[in-house]
Design a protein around this ligand. Structure first.
Ligand code: ATP
Ligand code: MG
Length: 449
């Protein structure tokens, strides 16, 4: 094949054979979020560049290296969203959602774009399920968000996922911590990577998040933020831990987690797994009490998390977990001849309006090929409709699981046809199936008159 274009590096096609995996995950995340009282928000794929620079932070990898920015007419530039929080906060403010009573609990499923070195579990276009909560400074809210993420992970059946939590304090405790970090890194300054050299003055906490092995080695014995928390932040973190225990959510304290985005305060967390290569976060989040104000709103405590759906699916695959089965065809109608084909069309419309999954031949194949197709699409029942049978108001109904065939009377009205099939479809055993079809054949003909 001589294709004129190829899939861009770091992107994925979800083929029809794989889509059910996404449906499984999307259904679970959506149902769970709704059970916790979160409502869906949908936001644009691109935003003004300044939104991300301001919220994610200009010393972060995301802003420094990973954004897809396009210029528009004039001097405005737009950026494909690298994450969902900034756009959500922007939308919440622009739509006055915080005036509709607090807390506001929102979720989204969206694509995000980051110009990264593409590899397993790290894409340039990826998908996130995210939740954001506005209006509660209480540790109850932190515990609730973590419990929600934890429920999704356990409902999907994921194993070997470890919740790591930390508190990175408020701007006050962080000021002291930054000084301690700078004192620690100063003697190693010349050994740091160029990006970290730049971050040293502006945002020394970023040094802990560097992906370079050498820098990670240097950071090994760095002071930990939890030793620098002010009284309020320490008490807040204690309560988060207590509430998680009450809810039966197990966690590990990990003072090294600082998160890759600048807007976080106090609680931060990551759900980590080693089942998809080197340690990877399938979900990450935290509190961001300053962000709403930073983006022009009234000071409003907030927090959230985002789950990487590709990483979730990869983990499920590597652990051999089950995905929910896709719906399969209830009834395949195999017409033989022109009149039968028109009847099939009529039957299919009625059946579909009644909620059944119905297909019939669209290609003009012979009976053998049609039966093969019905088998391939895993149809539960097949009605064989020949012009001759049709003239006698009859058809053959085949139960594909058992191979049993029954003659059914189509009766005068379409409802009769439908009724016979309807009851047949409800049957799970052959005997039941037979007696219903027989009973229907008696009733059906009189009903239809
Ligand atoms: P990482 O440390 O793996 O780069 P991050 O800190 O940049 O992650 P966040 O910005 O917190 O990630 O995004 C939340 C979640 O989105 C991550 O935990 C991960 O599951 C997923 N994610 C982030 N970047 C990618 C990517 N390039 N490809 C696939 N999933 C991603
Ligand atoms: Mg990253």
């Amino acid at each position: 094949m001589d294709l004129i274009a190829k899939r861009p590096n770091g992107t994925m096609d979800v083929t029809p054979n794989e889509a059910y995996k996404w449906h499984t995950v999307e259904n679970v995340v959506k149902e769970t979020a709704e059970q916790f009282g979160f409502k869906e928000i949908r936001i644009p794929t691109f935003e003004e560049t300044g939104l991300f620079v301001r919220s994610v932070g200009d010393t972060t990898d995301v802003v420094q290296k990973e954004m897809y920015t396009v210029s528009s007419t004039g001097d405005k530039t737009y950026t494909l969203r690298p994450e969902g929080t900034a756009g959500t906060v922007r939308a919440v403010l622009e739509n006055g959602i915080l005036n509709e009573g607090l807390p506001q609990k929102l979720f989204y499923i969206l694509s995000a774009f980051r110009h990264e070195k593409a590899q397993k579990g790290r894409l340039r276009e990826f998908h996130q399920f995210g939740c954001e909560m506005f209006g509660s400074a209480s540790p109850l809210a932190d515990a609730e968000a973590i419990a929600l993420a934890n429920s999704v992970i356990s409902r999907l059946g994921l194993k070997n996922v470890e919740l790591n939590i930390n508190s990175i304090g408020c701007p006050e405790c962080r000021a002291k911590y930054r000084e301690a970090l700078k004192a620690y890194f100063k003697p190693h300054f010349n050994e740091l990577c160029d990006t970290c050299k730049e971050r040293f003055e502006k945002n020394p906490m970023r040094l802990l998040d560097c992906k370079s092995k050498e820098d990670q080695e240097i950071a090994k014995n760095a002071p930990v933020i939890t030793d620098y928390l002010c009284e309020d932040c320490a008490a807040h973190f204690e309560d988060v831990k207590k509430y998680l225990s009450i809810m039966g959510v197990s966690y590990k304290l990990n003072p090294k987690i600082v998160r890759g985005l600048d807007y976080y305060t106090r609680t931060v967390f990551e759900f980590l797994t080693t089942d998809i290569g080197s340690q990877a976060a399938v979900c990450a989040g935290g509190r961001y009490d300053g962000l709403v104000e930073e983006l022009g709103g009234k000071p409003t405590p907030a927090l959230g998390f985002a789950m990487g759906l590709e990483r979730i699916i990869l983990t499920m695959e590597s652990q051999g977990l089950d995905f929910a089965e896709e719906k399969t065809c209830d009834l395949y109608i195999a017409p033989m001849g022109v009149a039968a084909s028109e009847k099939a069309m009529e039957l299919a419309s009625v059946m579909r309006d009644e909620g059944f999954f119905v297909e019939y031949d669209l290609v003009g194949r012979g009976l053998k090929a049609q039966m093969k197709y019905a088998d391939k699409i895993k149809a539960k029942f097949v009605i064989v409709l020949g012009d001759n049978e049709l003239a006698d108001n009859k058809a053959k109904l085949k139960n594909m699981a058992t191979g049993e065939q029954t003659d059914i009377s189509l009766g005068d009205s379409l409802l009769d046809d439908f009724g016979a099939v309807y009851y047949a479809l409800l049957m799970d055993s052959d005997d039941q199936f037979r007696s219903f079809v027989e009973a229907f054949a008696d009733d059906g003909s009189s009903d239809g008159q």
